[in-house]
Design a protein around this ligand. Structure first.
Ligand code: SAM
Length: 312
């Protein structure tokens, strides 16, 4: 059962997204006059499935709706997922969306205002391209980039977002997937790996190496600042991802990081609370927690000096 407890990491990811959005909105609302847009490049179907609990919890776009952005642009390539996402948003907001088809043939759903919500059934690469070319460049974007695996992502998409400027990014970096697909034995996956993180990606390196390499060699040369946290779980040791925060504004990265990440106790309590609630809803028979989820600031790898959420 390799995915046992992988649900805990999904919950942690979503709780951190929410914490990030909360801190981010609070800081930007006080310092930024222009509109703030929420852009979700891999919006999903509105729920995150937790196979180990046999239930679903609200996904990223549904959570982001709580944070009062001026507009929401959501991209989902799978038409079944897109339809479910539209249903979930209608249900969450108690509204009826209007549906249409773009000249290029892709379907979309729209809510006109308060806030404006556009849900596109298309590849976010094309959607973001269009929005960069045609949207107002003064609008500030918070962009959540949450691919399922390497095949869902193109480095070109991240580069476009960074080059746009005025765009902060929370990126779910697929650390263990990258390591698995970088070995000499995984030659069939090397093209996907290069598409996902860049043609210059070295082979056969460690998980820590790839996170550091990606930050220092891909994002930071584009004059973006980064911070990251890693997530692993004892219940599924073959699984790791790192949340990378990237922004053109160093103070924003530091402030938001400080706000969310330095306060380990609150962060841990919030993740634990949602896991506990989820377990209760699922009637999970296991009772007390068993020290399985680790959540650390990248760079503090020693067992003794971990920071962040690592055991409960
Ligand atoms: C990990 S799930 C997203 C989960 C969602 N962010 C959440 O937290 O609730 C990844 C989703 O991205 C979609 N996807 C994959 N490639 C895409 C692309 N190029 N453009 C838009 N959506 C894509 C998949 O169909 C899948 O629904």
């Amino acid at each position: 059962m390799s995915n046992t407890y992988s649900g805990d990491k999904s919950i942690a990811k979503l709780v951190i997204l929410q914490k990030y959005l909360w801190a981010y909105k609070r800081i930007l609302d006080n310092n930024w006059e222009q509109d703030l847009w929420y852009v979700d490049t891999h919006a999903g179907n509105g729920v995150t499935e937790l196979p180990d609990y046999r239930l679903n919890i609200a996904g990223s776009p549904i959570r982001a709706l709580e944070y009062d952005f001026d507009a929401y642009y959501l991209y989902e390539i799978d038409s079944g997922h897109w339809q479910s996402l539209c249903d979930a948003i209608e249900e969450r907001l108690g509204i009826e969306l209007s549906f249409g088809t773009l000249d290029t043939g892709e379907e979309y759903a729209i809510r006109g205002s308060d806030p404006r919500i556009l849900i596109h059934n298309m590849d976010s690469m094309d959607g973001v391209d269009w929005l960069i070319e045609n949207g107002n460049s003064y609008k500030h974007w918070f962009t959540f980039v949450d691919p399922e695996g390497l095949n869902d992502l193109e480095w070109d998409l991240l580069r476009k977002l960074i080059n746009r400027g005025n765009t902060d990014i929370l990126y779910n970096f697929q650390t263990s997937g990258i390591v698995r697909n970088s070995t000499d034995g995984a030659e069939h996956a090397h093209q996907a790996l290069e598409d996902a993180v860049g043609e210059d990606v070295p082979r056969n390196r460690s998980q820590d190496f790839y996170v550091q390499w990606f930050r220092e060699n891909k994002i930071e040369p584009l004059d973006y600042h980064t911070a990251s946290r890693k997530m692993t779980s004892r219940g599924s040791s073959n699984w790791r991802y790192d949340l990378i925060f990237a922004s053109g504004n160093e103070t924003a990265v530091n402030n938001v990081m400080e706000d969310i990440m330095q306060n380990e106790d609150t962060l841990r309590a919030d993740v634990v609370e949602e896991i506990q609630e989820t377990r209760e809803r699922a009637n999970d028979p296991q009772g007390a927690f068993d020290s399985r989820l680790r959540f650390e600031e990248h760079g503090s790898e020693s067992e003794m000096s971990q920071s962040g959420l690592y055991e409960y």
